[in-house]
Design a protein around this ligand. Structure first.
Ligand code: AMP
Ligand code: ZN
Length: 510
């Protein structure tokens, strides 16, 4: 079966085909970097990570863009309150976002355009809309998009005119009288004194000011995708359901009025909210939990991912401690099976019959793939993994060693969902168990790349950590830093304990 995705534009689950197979352009609306992202935001980013990973596992070559909204009302207010320039204020939250992303094992996008770095393309977009007559300067000096002059408006959200009016007027206040129509939205907002104070104002032919939020996404997506694909239409655009209106509706209006294309993106995917005790997680409601809270509590990212993927992305997900505890135990169960599968020595089959493993692997992979092909049905894909583990454990118990294809099938599933615990790797434990004679290994004898085998990789990282300790003792700090960076590049963190032992752990593990 081929991949089918629920497209908000058609309200159907449609077969997915990109414009230039096997290449796929994927644009996802990223965080507003005015604070730490909460796990509601990350639920959306995890759904997008699953989408990306499954597209790649299906053979697509994905170009993933996620913007960083680093200029808008929230970021400007934050910078004003903190008494710091906007760029300096947002930088800390960009860094925090990347750290949280890595903790949650979310694959980095190929580009993270910051709105403040794309002011030029935004100005060009507004100029063309003004020239086309679909935008106008309001009495307050801001530039607005005239919805009445764009007949396709409302195509995505399917709201009627009356609803659109209500939706718009809830969001506007001061600028209501400056516009021709209450539904019109700002493309460019005229500079206020506080914008100038924090460095959030730019010169433009139509007046000094700053971009509207919707404009940012259109300009960045079109610029990056057009340069790479030579097209003005995206394959997939994703976000959470609250972005359908007005954000995505407005992105479509601006982009299509600019490019002349009938569509901005061919597939629009929207994930449901994460709630707590039934209420949407939101700073506004004060019910937030951040990824760093979970990280500091020592929660394994595998469990968090399992909890999130256990609910289909188009269903609401209610977060609770009980749900997390259940996910932790499920993740551990899968991790134990993973370890048993990896540890069982190859080539010493207690029973040489591998066909039971091959059949199990084929059946499990077919179920797993069919589930994800069906609009990313991750709960069903997880069920296939749990059944694989249960039946695989029974085979191991009865002394049948796994076949290479069974191991490979398991690893492919893990590669898509990444829901097992980070291996509990302590170099100290390993060193105690190690048969290696006393004496430090020389850096020259250690390879710069870790071995593929997980146990050998721990030994490799531990050995480098010990070389580094020696370097530090000899005050060779550049060498110590080089080794730390080398390990980091391969996903390892090191700790030097006061008692002279070293520990290595997988970055992101508790
Ligand atoms: P923001 O940082 O506010 O721009 O939001 C980043 C992303 O998180 C957007 O796609 C939002 O729609 C999404 N989002 C915000 N709150 C939630 C929630 N409670 N559950 C799921 N997604 C959310
Ligand atoms: Zn957006």
């Amino acid at each position: 079966m081929a991949l089918r995705l629920h497209n908000t534009l058609t309200r159907h689950t449609d077969p997915f085909t990109p414009l230039d197979p096997p290449r796929v352009s994927l644009y996802t609306c990223g965080p507003t970097v005015y604070n730490y992202a909460h796990i509601g935001n990350f639920r959306t980013f995890l759904f997008e990570d699953l989408l990306r990973r499954w597209l790649e596992a299906s053979g697509y070559d994905v170009f993933h863009v996620m913007n960083l909204t680093d200029v808008d009302d929230k970021t400007i207010n934050g910078a004003v309150k903190a008494g710091r320039p906007l760029a300096e204020y947002t930088r800390q939250y960009v860094e925090a976002f990347f750290a949280d992303r890595d903790y949650l094992r979310i694959l980095p996008a190929h580009a993270y355009p910051r709105a403040t770095e794309f002011i030029g393309p935004m100005i060009a977009l507004v100029e063309r809309l003004l020239a086309n007559g679909v935008a106008y300067r309001g009495d307050d000096g801001s530039v607005y998009f005239a919805i009445a002059r764009f007949p396709a408006y409302g195509k995505l959200s399917r709201l009627d005119t009356r609803e659109l009016k209500t939706g718009a007027s809830e969001r506007v206040s001061a600028d209501e009288y400056a516009k021709e129509d209450a539904r019109d939205f700002a493309l460019w907002k005229t500079a206020r004194p506080e914008d100038e104070t924090v460095g959030a104002a730019w010169d433009a032919p139509f007046g000094r000011g700053r971009p509207g939020w919707h404009l940012e996404c259109s300009a960045m997506a079109l610029d990056l995708v057009a340069k790479r694909f030579g097209r003005d239409v995206l394959d997939i655009h994703a976000g959470a359901v609250d972005l359908i209106f007005p954000h995505h509706e407005d992105e479509i209006a601006q982009s299509c009025a600019y490019t002349g294309e009938p569509e901005f993106a061919r597939f629009w995917l929207h994930g449901e909210f994460l709630t707590m005790a039934g209420t949407k997680m939101s700073k506004r409601f004060g019910n937030i939990l951040t990824a760093r809270d979970l990280h500091e509590e020592g929660k394994d990212a595998g469990a968090v991912r399992l909890l999130v993927f256990n609910t289909h992305y188009r269903q609401k997900l209610d977060w609770s401690d009980d749900a997390l505890a259940a996910a932790e135990s499920g993740s551990r169960r899968l991790g134990e099976f993973r370890d048993r599968l990896a540890e069982r020595p190859a080539g010493v089959p207690a029973k040489p019959d591998e066909s039971a493993w091959t059949a199990l692997a084929e059946r499990s992979w077919a179920r797993f793939a069919a589930a994800l092909d069906d609009d990313l049905n991750a709960p069903q894909a997880l069920a296939a993994m749990f059944d694989f583990a249960r039946e695989g454990n029974a085979l191991l118990d009865s002394g049948v060693n796994p076949s290479a294809d069974a191991r490979a099938a398991w690893e492919r599933m893990e590669g898509v969902l990444a829901v097992t615990p980070a291996p509990a790797l302590s170099g100290r434990l390993l060193a105690e168990q190690s048969l290696e004679p006393a004496g430090e290994p020389a850096a020259a004898s250690l390879p710069g790349e870790p071995p593929a085998d997980p146990a050998a990789a721990i030994a490799w990282a531990t050995a480098w950590a010990r070389v580094r300790r020696e370097a530090k003792a000899a005050r060779n700090y550049p060498e110590a830093d080089r080794i730390r960076d080398l390990l980091r590049r391969h996903g390892w963190e090191i700790r030097d304990n006061r008692d002279g032992t070293v520990e290595v752990k997988r970055a992101g593990s508790a």
